[in-house]
Design a binder for this molecule. Structure first.
Ligand code: AMP
Length: 285
């Protein structure tokens, strides 16, 4: 069932027996197997599953790809229907933020996660991005009122920040994090992979290769963070514009003296002018 308005979503939510558990999978659409893995997990965990499809304007910077972000609602509906999703909530920006409202924290209430969590990795180059993410996610939580919400490890910093928001603001939702789904080549699935040329797709394999190689070196006993990071250079060419490569604590994003089984390696790199991110845990997930 496709729902565009908050009123209709609330009506449906009310019609569900209160003993039923409800799962929310927030997405920006252009759904792929990565999203589908979250939906499957939600189906396994919950009685009712809502998928939101919303390209959230306030998490995009002025020079980012908001206008050209892929919008494929018809195909998304097909995928959701065949996965047994109970409702797809696809509001417009006007519905979410009010018609005529200027989308800014001068005029609207924003949720701002702590500086420590946003002043690194993706937050460094994407000013205000995580304010936009937390604001929309809290709004979706308030609209759908799910018991469980499903997020991918693909956006590791996002998942950590959402968990922090839920804890700090006592939001009655359990956040479930799901592993990264990859193509057989190793490339992490992403809606933005659609922007890559054939050549770019090959160049994009450097990200997962760098991560796997760092994990292999760690497994061989190298724990010096700089030494581990330096192994990346063998994979980078002039086709790669590396934004960051960091090894941090997987739960807190704190710096560590040495890499450990609690570390996560995170990379962001532009290929074909497409910004790609990926990460890997050095220990068990
Ligand atoms: P997006 O539509 O890109 O905002 O992503 C919606 C959700 O799907 C987020 O929680 C992402 O982390 C998750 N996701 C995106 N790509 C993947 C993937 N390759 N594997 C697992 N989860 C993913």
């Amino acid at each position: 069932m496709l729902i565009h308005t908050i009123e209709k979503l609330r009506e449906l939510r009310k019609s569900w027996n209160s003993s039923k558990s409800i799962g929310l999978v927030p997405t920006m659409g252009a759904l792929h197997e990565g999203h589908l893995s979250l939906i499957k997990k939600a189906k396994e965990t919950c009685d009712k599953v809502v998928v939101s499809v919303f390209v959230n304007p306030i998490q995009f910077g002025p020079s980012e790809d908001f206008d050209k972000y892929p919008r494929t609602l018809e195909a998304d509906m097909e995928l959701c229907n065949s996965a047994g999703v109970d409702a797809v909530f696809a509001p417009s920006p006007d519905i979410m933020y009010g018609k005529g409202n200027r989308l800014s924290n001068d005029t609207l209430t924003y949720v701002c996660p702590p500086f420590f969590y946003v002043n690194k990795l993706c937050g460094k180059s994407r000013t205000g991005h995580f304010d936009g993410v937390c604001t929309v996610v809290l709004k979706l939580f308030n609209i759908v009122q799910p018991d469980f919400a499903f997020f991918g490890q693909k956006d590791a910093q996002q998942a950590i920040i959402i968990k922090k928001m839920v804890k700090d603001l006592n939001v009655p939702v359990e956040v479930i994090q799901c592993p990264i789904v990859r193509e057989s080549s190793g490339l992490a699935l992403s809606s933005r992979n659609k922007y890559l040329s054939e050549e770019g797709k090959k160049d994009a394999l450097a990200l997962s290769r760098i991560l796997n190689n760092i994990k292999m070196c760690f497994n061989k006993g190298i724990t010096d963070i700089e030494a581990l990071k330096e192994t990346a250079y063998g994979y980078l060419t002039d086709k790669h514009d590396l934004e960051y490569l960091e090894i941090l604590d997987k739960n807190t994003l704190e710096e560590q003296e040495k890499a450990s089984s609690d570390s996560i390696v995170l990379i962001a790199c532009r290929v074909d002018n497409v910004r790609l991110i990926d990460n890997i845990y050095l220990g068990e997930g």
